[in-house]
Design a protein around this ligand. Structure first.
Ligand code: UGA
Length: 448
């Protein structure tokens, strides 16, 4: 069997990595996007966003001649067409906006014919694939739904070595399964679990996975609220419950909560879809998951304001704006929202190793600087919003020589509180008792 030729429609965080990944596996691959500047950057081997390892993978595949990008699907001839466009939250509603998915499939129709496979990877409300299948099947082509579980920051590894593959196909569609197996042959060779199911289950697998992850984070953040009210330490608690393999320690990191282009909008769209389906009560808890998450942002703002007031005013050094480390994505970023809310009534100087430019586009009024030292220089309170390695590895004794600030509010519960308090800082965290500079800290430890 000849290797399938691949087209990837939509070259954002998901599609660009998927196209580069498929090409790096040796498939003749074309990435298609309506945004000419994005296509130009990708064609030059440089992603228009920060994703570790992606530029190298792009350049490798472009140099090997397996990857190209275009704005025009007309000249593309492919056997497998992946749909990787975005499904953002609709303005004024919790539901997903399917405009881009619908438009992408409509635009493919003139190019489709028997023997071709359209593969949806976008995260969609359950029922979408069934609806799109009727459009695709009229051309003689087939549809499969193959949700994507990649994490930003780890997208290259997650694409080339996913922990599972899920194929949603029409009952008994062995041709679609065989076509997907041909694409993922090298991944399947490593005994990667492969689940073949129907459209609805495949769609639900994806949104359920994200809903579970969001719930796990909001669970520990709800416990953090009780820990704060009772003087307990949520980090030690997470370590202790996480040892139980049934619970697991991952995604139990408390702090200012989840953001990004996926978890927040996916839980809202899932809830909205469940109501449309008449299962109103089933996912009511996701509203609470969302509320707990939003409250953590309020709490961070309140803690920083409390410390500023105690210090008699001054400026905030906001460390981190991205929704998580190793990404420059600021969509629904908790750190960026906290920075913007603080900046409404205080001096805020923000620094992020990669997300400065995207954050400035979203929040032009925010004072964003290009170096950590510039952020620290005139600060009274240091606020950590994104746990970049650069911040986690800071030597607090060295920081003390670079700033007059003597308070750090750790919004991600990642700083070594002993080291920071030993260096003369008051350490305030979410869901943990405050820690005053060293002398009282050692007393607290002794009596703990
Ligand atoms: C998420 C899922 O993890 C991926 O499996 C999925 O493919 C992707 O959405 C998607 O739907 O495309 P991602 O948005 O890249 O991936 O980010 P995560 O690593 O899940 O983190 C989401 C947010 O939760 C971040 O803001 C992070 O800081 C926060 N988080 C994560 C916590 O607050 N605590 C934790 O313990 C873990």
């Amino acid at each position: 069997m000849t290797a399938p030729r691949i087209a990837v429609v939509g070259c954002g965080y998901l599609g660009a990595v998927h196209a580069a990944g498929m090409a790096s596996l040796g498939f003749d691959t074309v990435g298609i996007d309506v945004d000419a500047s994005k296509v130009e950057a990708l064609a030059a081997g440089s992603a228009p966003f920060f994703e570790p390892g992606l530029d190298a993978m792009l350049r490798g595949a472009i140099d090997a001649g397996t990857l190209r990008f275009t704005t025009d699907a007309a000249g593309v001839d492919a056997d497998v067409w992946f749909v990787c466009v975005g499904t953002p939250q609709q303005p004024g509603s919790n539901a997903a906006d399917l405009t881009f998915v619908d438009a992408a499939v409509e635009a493919l129709v003139p190019h489709l014919r028997e023997g071709m496979l359209v593969v949806g990877k976008s995260t969609v409300p359950v029922g979408t694939a069934e609806r799109l299948a009727s459009v695709v099947e009229q051309t003689g082509a087939r549809l499969a739904w193959n949700p994507e579980f990649l994490r930003e920051g780890l997208a290259v590894t997650d694409t080339l070595a996913p922990d599972r593959l899920v194929y949603g196909v029409r009952h008994g569609d062995d041709v679609a399964v065989a076509a997907l197996d041909a694409v993922y042959a090298s991944i399947l060779e490593r005994d990667t679990p492969r689940i073949v199911t129907d459209f609805a289950t495949a769609e639900l697998v994806k949104v359920s996975a994200n809903a579970f992850l969001a719930t796990k984070i909001s669970f520990i953040n709800a416990i953090a609220e009780v820990a704060e009210a009772s003087g307990a330490d949520v980090v030690q608690l997470a370590d202790a419950i996480g040892i139980d393999a049934r619970i697991g320690r991952r995604f139990l990191n408390s702090g200012i909560g989840f953001g990004g282009g996926c978890l927040p909008k996916d839980i809202r769209a899932f809830r909205a879809r469940s109501i449309e389906l008449g299962a109103d009560e089933a996912l009511g808890f996701l509203d609470e998951v969302d509320r707990v998450n939003q409250r953590r942002r309020d709490r961070m703002v309140a803690l920083v304001e409390r410390e500023l007031a105690a210090a008699g005013g001054g400026a905030v050094a906001m460390l981190g704006l991205a929704f998580k480390p190793d990404s420059d994505d600021v969509r629904d970023s908790a750190a960026l929202e906290v920075a913007m809310r603080l900046a409404a009534s205080h001096d805020v100087v923000a620094y992020d190793p990669e997300a400065g430019a995207p954050a400035a586009r979203r929040a032009p009024e925010l004072g964003i600087v290009a170096s950590l030292d510039a952020a620290l220089a005139d600060a009274t309170v240091i606020a950590l919003g994104t746990e970049w390695r650069e911040f986690r590895d800071l030597d607090p004794a060295d920081v003390a020589t670079r700033t007059a600030a003597r308070v750090v509010v750790d919004g991600r519960n990642v700083l070594d509180r002993d080291a920071w308090s030993a260096a003369g800082f008051r350490v305030v965290a979410i869901g943990r008792p405050d820690r005053d500079p060293a002398t009282t800290a050692s007393h607290q430890e002794a009596s703990a």
